[in-house]
Write a protein that binds this ligand. Structure first.
Ligand code: SF4
Length: 212
């Protein structure tokens, strides 16, 4: 498995924001979001076996683990890694671009955070409602927005797709581009039960640093 970095930090996004978390960042992503803050994960990476990753995860003494990217779903050993982490008792979060379906065989007690990419990302053509229809109330849809147009697109697209209302939806502003206060207004005006997140790790640590 190609790994860009392994590190322990504070979870800055998702419903788990604020908890210490061990991050497994895989290498490679076929998407090219305009606001991507992990472009260094597109190429290269270190070959690691699932056993080696589990060993490093154990050393972190952290029960919450996130597999992120890049795009984890394009890694061949991704399902084995996720399922073994679960079997060993870790709480497992998986962040994915929304451009791929959930792989067969994945232990569905893993919490999948599936991005929905609005037009501002330049990647909305990758969004397929079938990928999102496999989500449950144990998962989460995450929308990063760089404008009111992006936010309105998320609202109307989710309406069109008629996904179960139990799937939590989080929205966040593109860091340094959208004032979180504005996003708060948009959520209130929309009357949607969206939860705001503000990339807490970029406030706690250097927002341009790797491995935070
Ligand atoms: S899906 Fe994620 S890793 Fe891939 S380009 Fe978009 S933000 Fe970057």
């Amino acid at each position: 498995m190609k790994i860009t970095e392994l590190f322990r930090s504070i979870q800055g996004e998702s419903l788990y924001s604020g908890w210490p978390c061990f991050f497994i960042r895989t290498s490679g992503c076929p998407l090219r979001c305009t606001w991507c803050d992990t472009t260094y994960s597109f190429y290269g990476g270190t070959d690691m076996t699932v056993d080696e990753i589990l060993l490093e995860t154990g050393k972190s003494e952290t029960n919450l683990v996130e597999i992120t990217g890049g795009e984890p779903f394009v890694q061949t050993d991704f399902v084995e890694l996720s399922n073994r982490l679960r079997r060993e008792g870790y709480e497992v979060l998986i962040e994915t671009s929304g451009g791929f379906p959930i792989p067969e065989g994945l232990d569905r007690s893993c919490h999948v955070i599936m991005d929905i990419k609005p037009p501002g990302s330049g990647m909305s053509q990758w969004m397929n409602p079938d990928h999102f229809r496999s989500l449950t109330s144990n998962d989460e849809i995450k929308a990063v927005c760089q404008s009111r147009e992006d936010f309105d697109w998320v609202v109307s697209t989710l309406d069109d797709w008629r996904l179960p209302a139990e799937i939590p939806v989080t929205v966040s502003p593109v860091f340094d581009l959208v004032d979180p206060k504005e996003l708060g207004q948009w959520v209130l005006e929309s009357r949607r039960r969206f939860r705001i997140q503000i990339q807490l790790h970029k406030i706690l640590f250097d927002p341009k640093a790797k491995g935070v």
